[in-house]
Design a protein around this ligand. Structure first.
Ligand SMILES: [Ca+2]
Ligand SMILES: [Ca+2]
Length: 291
């Protein structure tokens, strides 16, 4: 499919989403008992519209359909509504709003779904939670998601993991629930100061390689523990990774990611101090770089 077709497809999808949004908003006004559910739908639709429109108008990259991967077969998912349409027509786009189990994640530890979000840990000390996707990233990709951390005494954080070989060991506390030898890279959202792990401050986001101690790039922010939802987009094309937080480019870095190990997932842990660690509205697109 050529870029113009992708763009047209996404524009058509945007129109469909706007129509659904309008419809959902009317129902929110009219039917109080369905109010909360439609409000969630409306928020999700707005989010997807913004992201997909940005992809359609992006000058640097375009998405391209790939051969069917049995692991990413749309029929295996349990998505409903607008999300089902996307998977059926464009299998290189994967979305999960965590309203029900999509069947595309393996859960470890305390990880599970609750109130329409992925909960990695609740407010408990010395626990971990992790998920590993059944999909693979490939060489060039973009993921976006929302996260929320807080509500507890203050530890330890979330990691988005990529270049994952396996997930078998889940170290607690400052290690954020992932073992250095099992994940090549991570984007960590840390909320507890561990000088022994080379944390620069208490609250920061970092791109790390082979464990949390080796920080390739750091961005200090209190948004890793304010108990509010934040939007993250991570794009990796030809080994160049860019991380956006709430629409702002916070980290750009050249890495040696070669997709030999292209598993991905999330982990989180607590120690003596704890927080609630949540993820929502996960979107994954395979990208095709334009020369
Ligand atoms: Ca949700
Ligand atoms: Ca830490």
């Amino acid at each position: 499919m050529r870029y113009s077709n992708i763009s047209g497809f996404l524009q058509i999808k945007s129109e469909v989403l706007r129509t659904r949004l309008t419809s959902a908003c009317r129902e929110v006004q009219g039917e109080t008992e369905l109010k909360q559910r439609h409000k969630k739908t409306a928020i999700t639709v707005v989010l997807l519209t913004v992201i997909l429109t940005s992809v359609a108008t992006n000058n640097k990259y375009l998405a391209e359909p790939r051969n069917r991967n049995p692991n990413s077969s749309p029929e295996q998912s349990t998505f409903t509504g607008s999300k089902e349409t996307y998977l059926a027509e464009s299998e290189h786009i994967f979305l999960d709003s965590f309203e029900t189990d999509s069947g595309n994640w393996v859960y470890y530890g305390k990880a599970g779904l609750e109130a329409g979000s992925l909960i990695l840990t609740k407010n408990e000390t010395f626990v971990f939670g992790a998920v590993k996707s059944k999909l693979s990233l490939g060489e060039n990709w973009r993921v976006s998601f929302r996260y929320k951390i807080g509500g507890g005494s203050g530890g330890d954080g979330i990691a988005f993991l990529f270049g994952v070989h396996s997930l078998e060991v889940f170290p607690l506390g400052g290690y954020l629930g992932f073992e250095p030898n099992e994940s090549e890279y991570g984007v960590v959202f840390d909320s507890f100061y561990n000088p022994e792990l080379r944390d620069p401050v208490e609250n920061y986001i970092a791109l790390v390689e082979k464990g949390i101690e080796q920080k390739l790039a750091i961005y200090e922010t209190v948004k890793t523990e304010d108990n509010l939802w934040h939007q993250v987009t991570i794009t990796t094309v030809k080994g160049n990774i860019q991380i956006d937080l709430d629409g702002k480019d916070i980290i750009s870095k050249k890495i040696n990611y070669d997709s030999k190990y292209d598993g991905f997932g999330f982990s989180a842990s607590t120690g003596k101090y704890s927080n609630i660690h949540m993820i929502d509205d996960f979107i994954f697109l395979r990208m095709d770089p334009r020369d």
